[in-house]
Design a protein around this ligand. Structure first.
Ligand SMILES: Cc1cc2nc3c(=O)[nH]c(=O)nc-3n(C[C@H](O)[C@H](O)[C@H](O)COP(=O)(O)O)c2cc1C
Length: 183
């Protein structure tokens, strides 16, 4: 009787472990891979002020929403903005941009390995100011540190986490407007 009970508990635990592993795989594999290029251009009033926004999409909408809204805010402020996902299609010398932004969702405490791989491939930033953003559910850790460790610290202009529990589009757009109006 006791043996059967223990066997049921063990099967339940094993099932739970397999289920959790499958859930993690579903989220972590796309988190780690380069996606195809999906370049979008947002025209700004001043074509000489160029910005690049690179974001790793999550399985939900939040990271892309934040990236697009930030790009719209920069465009409102006059920047011509290129928005795309990390990958070999992107330049590695970013000195042509006055502003660059990198964003990632957070899964299991980690920002996207694909975005970090791209950051490690960047050879130069010139005079570009850098914005780092994450999207995630934990309000106590902005998780931008893993990205900040891969860019020149003196070039970082702003670090922010957009919380998954709320619609951040207006806030991200307003942030883009503010940061884009600084020079
Ligand atoms: C399996 C899993 C693990 C997660 N781990 C974290 C975490 O460690 N820290 C955090 O802030 N958010 C975590 N989240 C929340 C996601 O980061 C959040 O939903 C994020 O906004 C997803 O972005 P997306 O809508 O672009 O997919 C996790 C979500 C899932 C599904």
């Amino acid at each position: 009787m006791l043996g059967a009970f223990v066997r049921v508990i063990l099967w339940l635990v094993a099932g739970l472990v397999v289920l959790m592993g499958a859930v993690m795989l579903v989220f972590l594999v796309p988190h780690s891979l380069y996606w195809r290029s999906r370049e979008e251009t947002l025209a700004g009033a001043d074509p000489t002020r160029r910005a690049l926004v690179v974001y790793q999409p999550g399985l939900g909408p939040r990271t892309r929403e934040a990236a697009l809204s930030l790009a719209q805010g920069l465009s409102d402020a006059g920047y011509t903005v290129i928005l795309n996902r990390p990958g070999r299609h992107l330049p590695t010398d970013l000195s042509a941009y006055r502003l660059v932004a990198f964003g990632s969702p957070v899964y299991a405490g980690r920002t996207s390995p694909a975005l970090r791989r791209y950051l490690r491939s960047v050879t130069g930033y010139g005079q570009a100011a850098i914005i780092l953003f994450t999207s995630g559910g934990d309000p106590d850790n902005d998780n931008t540190g893993q990205l900040a460790a891969l860019v020149p610290p003196e070039r970082i202009l702003h670090r922010v986490k957009f919380l998954a529990t709320q619609d951040n589009r207006a806030a991200a757009r307003s942030l883009g407007r503010d940061l884009g109006s600084r020079d």
